[in-house]
Design a binder for this molecule. Structure first.
Ligand code: KG4
Ligand code: ZN
Length: 341
């Protein structure tokens, strides 16, 4: 390590993970500490915003100190503080923003606010050192489903987005209906390996108007209708078949839209990001579709797909190089749009 290196301490608290990381020169992750609240929210079947904020307050200092310690650094080694400032739960975001501002102010360090989705996209840079823009990226998480043209570092054009539920939200709601519990994505994936994806034909929604937009609320209703119909007619429900068939319906739509964009934009590189990108069946389907086209396919490891602070540090590095700095007016923006960055 020399004086030219840029060492960023990054903080992420937009939903139910309290996370901090130290990232050197954008792609060298020295530490990545994630304190998950999943066990607590599982009791309620989903994230309870008020509880999330309180838990972030309890844990943020320890997680931040843990990230520095694991990186074998102190705040004196750090060149900039990065933090997710939106989109997300306002009370949860505020905890990270307040922590980042306090450290930056006390240590007279530059402060960089990062868009959460920009973080998810940037997770792809960490393990794929050769990946550079331009490329297309499908961001599929609990709160977002965005098909993005990554034109350059920090320059994004959103080609399509969900009109209603996010892909991860659909997984969570379907899992709840099937009785698999929370969080739904990993539970549905696990069950799907023991089920028949052709057992039930669920709808593949096409959205009028925009060729790259998504809609998953109809699929959720179709799952509920199927389950109710079975119960009324006394037909046995095979949860694994429902899980596998539902998952296939989601993945078919994601692959279809993404590959239409790849073809029409003559993209040479395609990436996936966000919590749902840790789904093995989705990865394999996307990898196969890219292989057919001779397109290079990228995805982060599962731990970098779900919420983490390393991806925020990576995104912040390119903002840092571009001279982007925030001041003490930086605030949580729960509905921050990607194209505003
Ligand atoms: O990116 P993330 O951690 O948080 C948000 O920014 O929303 O994504 C969480 C979402 C949840 O909806 C969860 O069910 C989904 O990602 N997820 C999965 C899998 N692992 C997590 N969905 C499908 N398959 C998985 N293996
Ligand atoms: Zn996320």
């Amino acid at each position: 390590m020399d004086g030219q290196d840029v060492k960023i301490l990054a903080i992420e608290s937009s939903c139910d993970e309290t996370a901090a990381a130290v990232v050197v020169n954008g792609r060298d992750v020295r530490s990545n500490i994630i304190s998950s609240q999943i066990d607590i929210h599982t009791l309620y079947g989903g994230v309870v915003p008020e509880i999330a904020s309180r838990k972030h307050i309890e844990r943020i200092s320890q997680v931040t100190a843990g990230a520095l310690e694991a990186a074998e650094m102190t705040l004196d080694d750090i060149d900039a503080i990065a933090v997710t400032y939106g989109p997300g739960l306002v009370g949860a975001l505020l905890v990270g923003v307040a922590q980042a501002k306090a450290i930056a102010y006390a240590k007279k360090l530059p402060l960089i606010g990062v868009h959460h989705i920009e973080g998810h996209i940037s997770a792809n840079y960490i393990e794929n050192k050769e990946l550079e823009p331009p490329f297309l990226c499908l961001v599929v998480s609990g709160g977002h489903t965005h098909l993005v043209n990554v034109v350059d570092y920090g320059v994004y054009k959103v080609l399509g987005r969900t009109r209603d539920d996010a892909a991860g939200e659909a997984f969570d709601k379907a899992a709840r209906a099937i009785g698999l519990g929370y969080p739904g994505g990993p539970k549905i994936e696990k069950a799907s390996y023991r089920g028949n994806a052709e057992a039930i034909l669920f709808p593949r929604a096409k959205v009028g108007g925009s060729e790259y937009d998504f809609s998953f609320s109809g699929l959720k209703s179709a799952v509920l209708n199927y389950l109710n119909g079975c119960r009324m007619k006394g037909i046995e429900i095979v949860p694994e078949d429902v899980a596998a068939s539902f998952q296939k319906a989601v993945i078919d739509v994601l692959v279809d839209n993404a590959m239409r964009a790849v073809d029409q934009h003559h993209a040479e590189r395609f990436a996936i990001a966000g919590g749902v990108a840790s789904n093995g069946v989705l990865r394999n389907s996307m990898a196969a579709a890219c292989r057919e086209r001779g397109v290079e396919f990228y995805h982060p490891s599962p731990v970098l797909c779900t919420d983490n602070a390393a991806m925020i540090g990576t995104a912040a590095y390119y903002d840092y190089l571009a001279g982007k700095r925030d001041d003490w007016t930086l605030n949580a923006v729960p509905n921050l749009r990607l194209e505003s960055v």
